[in-house]
Design a protein around this ligand. Structure first.
Ligand code: IVH
Length: 670
């Protein structure tokens, strides 16, 4: 039986509305409604489609889940070949490119569009009468593979174009890639499931897009950016490349926000420097920038040489992966005794920075890579992530290269090293007897988010420990001016300042205090929950495993770690000493279940509050079960704006997140 007209109308309206929100979210990066509201629309749509499967169309926003697997990809012939770009590796080579362009065109100056060069996979998307009918890889440029089912699962690829004035045939060319965050999350998931870990976002994107089973692709965080066109039939296009990109954006296709029109080679190089500086903070990896002559008539005049256009060039960034030699594998002992293997490398410049150390994470990672001393390795440094070893060049391995063995005893204190079942890290059992653990724990104690002792940096902690003036964190508060002034590079003035900072740090919160103790698995958030749950160190100390596990987010491992910490007499003594030295905090409000009025709600605080500090507001919110985070997103439930709020306030307005003033907050807390 045909669905009632009313249902059909609602379905059409829903699809239109969801498409609109997809456009706001993916193309304009400026969503209008919160995630929850979007999810409701999608759910309503799915409900109707479940009841009326005959109404499902391939363009429905619900159809991004992937289709049944295929045995092989079909071949696709590109109507317009997919070309590559020639490269420039320096400013000089870029100037050469500009000079050649000007000479050929016989002009003094040329206008270019400058775009990021995405590090992913080129794809061609064919729209007929506005509907996505085919997706293809680049292949050899003339023939690629049909990956239609796969591209359909990528949420930034529109299943149909918006508006009405698009050409009858439109081939959109661009890059499919994975964001750095998406890549990290995918690898974490893969590791947890004992599945293949990808070396970099590019490989992850390639591996995900070329799945014969598109349902797998659907679960991979792929994205798409458009940078040009292939075949176009049935409509005149604007005269400038930048106008074409603008038009594509209008039709709902995502174009990089960084794209810019610039003048001459100077404009190109300024763009390069600017993007290079922001490279580490971009959400995705780029391996350079692309300059394209903006006027299409000039592009046509310039034409092609072999398989690359004369009107474009890729100005490449220094590579983020390099090859070097692994000189040794050392181990480092952290605050909690975790022993981390560190690769000592023949220094090599990666992404413009000299790298001589890289983390090897743990024993399992070394085994997975099968990396050995003397090996030729590929090192990677991307964003602000610690340099890593990605792989070993097996062919270059020297005969007799030996496997790494985790030391059985701590290289710092010689205590036994153990690795507990189910744990990735091996640990030194020396506790605070171990110099390394002691120093790291003092550094942690003094750090900004813990006791916030201004001026007590890593070097000074090492110096104090060397001099024998302190043996544990509590000794910090017994230091006097003379002790300090006698240290090298420390004058009277710095000594006085440090004493003042120590004094100031005594006035703290229970949560900070618990965090600063450095109990394994107790981070800032857990410390906060423990503080509001127990209200005092004594009560926390007295709690048994069962009582501990009643606290939200405290599982058996965390509970066991807390119990073990307080079981240690040394730790209890240090706490006593610290309290005697005058460390104090206001009594936190203890939570009882009936008061969890804001359970699960997410808050962001910005600006200055008048009747309470931000910390107090945070505690009060957390005591009621709310989460307080640092940045505004669509998941945020409330933004509390005090006096002189920052950009978070604007962002909240943009995203339509509810905004409270101080009075509103107080009301909510009541
Ligand atoms: S334009 C005719 N623009 O780089 C010009 N390509 O090295 C064709 N790429 O195969 C390409 N970002 O996969 C162009 N903004 C951008 C790009 C870009 C990345 C890739 C593309 C191409 C390869 C050439």
């Amino acid at each position: 039986m045909a669905a009632p007209k009313k249902v059909q109308q609602r379905l059409a309206a829903l699809r239109k509305e969801i498409d609109h929100h997809n456009y706001r979210y993916y193309v304009l990066d400026d969503p209008e409604i919160p995630d929850a509201a979007y999810d409701r629309l999608l759910r309503e749509l799915q409900e109707i489609e479940t009841n009326h499967p005959e109404l499902i169309t391939p363009e429905s926003p619900s159809q991004r889940v992937g289709a049944s697997p295929v045995t092989a990809f079909q071949e696709v012939r590109h109507a317009v070949p997919m070309l590559s770009l020639s490269n420039a590796f320096s400013n000089e080579e870029t100037s050469d490119f500009d000079r050649r362009v000007r000479e050929r065109l016989q002009v003094d100056s040329v206008e270019y569009t400058a775009e990021p060069k995405f590090d992913g996979l080129a794809v061609s998307l064919r729209y007929e009468n506005g509907k996505l009918v085919q997706g293809a890889t680049r292949g050899d440029g003339t023939r690629g593979e049909d990956i239609t089912q796969n591209v359909r699962t990528v949420s930034t690829i529109p299943l149909h174009l918006l508006g009405t004035n698009y050409p009858a045939v439109l081939e959109v060319r661009g890059e499919v890639l994975m964001s750095i965050a998406g890549f990290a999350a995918l690898n974490e998931r893969q590791r947890a499931n004992n599945e293949k870990v990808f070396a970099n976002p590019r490989n992850a994107a390639a591996g995900s897009l070329r799945q014969l089973d598109s349902r797998i692709t659907a679960n991979r965080p792929l994205e798409f950016f458009c940078y040009g066109l292939g075949e176009v039939v049935g409509r005149e296009l604007p005269a400038l490349h930048s106008e074409i990109l603008e038009l594509l954006r209008h039709w709902g296709v995502r174009v990089a926000a960084e794209t810019k029109v610039v003048n001459g080679v100077e404009g190109c190089l300024t763009f390069y420097r600017d993007i290079m500086q922001r490279r580490d903070s971009l959400p995705y990896e780029i391996d350079g920038v692309v300059y394209k002559v903006n006027r299409l008539d000039q592009q046509e005049k310039l034409g092609f040489v072999s398989r690359a256009p004369r009107w474009a060039v890729a100005h490449k960034f220094p590579a983020q992966e390099e090859m070097t030699t692994l000189l040794a594998i050392d181990v480092q002992v952290g605050r909690t005794g975790a022993i981390t293997p560190v690769a000592r490398l023949e220094p090599v410049v990666v992404g413009g920075v000299t790298v001589s150390n890289a983390t090897l994470h743990n024993e399992d990672e070394i085994e997975r890579l099968d990396v050995r001393k003397g090996d030729t390795v590929i090192v990677r440094r991307a964003g602000d992530v610690i340099p890593e070893i990605v792989s070993v060049v097996a062919a270059k391995r020297k005969k007799g290269a030996r496997h790494f063995r985790m030391p059985t005893h701590c290289p710092v204190c010689n205590s036994e090293v153990v690795r507990l079942e189910g744990e990735a890290a091996a640990r030194c059992t020396g506790g605070l007897f171990c110099d390394a653990q002691r120093r790291e724990s003092i550094k942690h104690f003094a750090s900004r988010r813990a006791m916030d002792i201004e001026g007590l940096g890593d070097k000074l902690v090492d110096q104090l420990d060397d001099s024998g003036l302190i043996n544990d964190i509590a000794d910090l508060y017994t230091l006097n001016k003379q002790d300090l002034a006698d240290l090298e590079r420390m004058g009277d003035k710095s000594a006085v300042n440090l004493l003042a900072a120590l004094d100031k740090s005594k006035n703290t919160t229970l949560a900070r205090f618990l965090f600063s103790l450095g109990i394994r698995l107790v981070g800032e958030a857990t410390a906060q929950t423990l503080a509001s749950h127990f209200g005092s160190v004594e009560d926390l100390q007295a709690a048994d495993l069962e009582a501990l596990q009643l606290v939200p987010d405290v599982g058996p491992a965390v509970a066991e770690s807390i119990r073990a910490f307080f079981h240690e007499k040394h730790n209890r003594d240090v706490i006593k000493k610290l309290r005697k030295a005058g460390i104090h905090w206001p009594k936190p409000e203890v939570v009882n279940k009936s008061k969890q009025t804001l359970q699960g709600k997410i808050f962001v605080l910005t600006g200055t509050l008048e009747k309470m500090t931000r910390d107090e507001a945070k505690q009060a919110l957390q005591a009621r079960g709310a989460k307080v985070t640092g940045s505004v997103s669509k998941k945020t439930d409330y933004v509390v704006g005090g006096k002189d709020p920052g950009s978070k306030y604007d962002k909240a307005q943009q995203l339509g997140v509810r905004i409270l003033d101080e009075a509103g907050l107080r009301k909510l807390l009541k």
